[in-house]
Design a protein around this ligand. Sequence first.
Ligand SMILES: [Zn+2]
Length: 206
Amino acid sequence: MTFNQCKHKSCNQKSVFFTDYCLKHTKDKDSLIKTIHQYIKENQIIKDCNFTGIPFDNCDFSQKDISYTVFSNCNLKNSIFKNTTIISSFFDFANILNSDFSNSNIKFTIFGGADLSNSKFLESSLVFCNFLGTNINHSNMNNTDLSHSRFIFSSTENTTFHNCNLKKAIFQNVVFDIDSLESSNSQDAILIDCRCTNGNIEDFLK
Ligand SMILES: [Zn+2]
């Protein structure tokens, strides 16, 4: 995953897919965005691309492999990622609210600082992922494999983690609702400074 430097004098950003410039320094932004959207539509394998800052709201990534790709700071709200393969990709500080990641294979992926509220991850594998400071409010994580993923300072209000594999998942400074972890192996997770909205966290984990 190595991208060229933007050719604009003294710019430290990486160049976006299809251009020699970052989005800010691309002259015809509309035409670049159109070309990228068309590329997404026509290809099932979209690997090793830098899409930093490109808007993708309402985009359909279902059945695609979008591994080793950078979606940092992108607008991806209302997007569909059903049956999508996402290995070692970046979604940091992206707006991904109201999105659907059901039945997907997601590994080693960074969602730090992203807004994933009102999203669905049903039946997905989400292992070794990083949710540092991620907003996951009002989301559905039921029946997912979350082993080795990190939820540090993540916001999980009204989010359910029912019937999940939490082996070596790390939750730090996370506030749970009373039945958030129902039917999950919470005893195999690592909980640091977490609390429960309506009870004692220790009772809640029994
Ligand atoms: Zn630039």
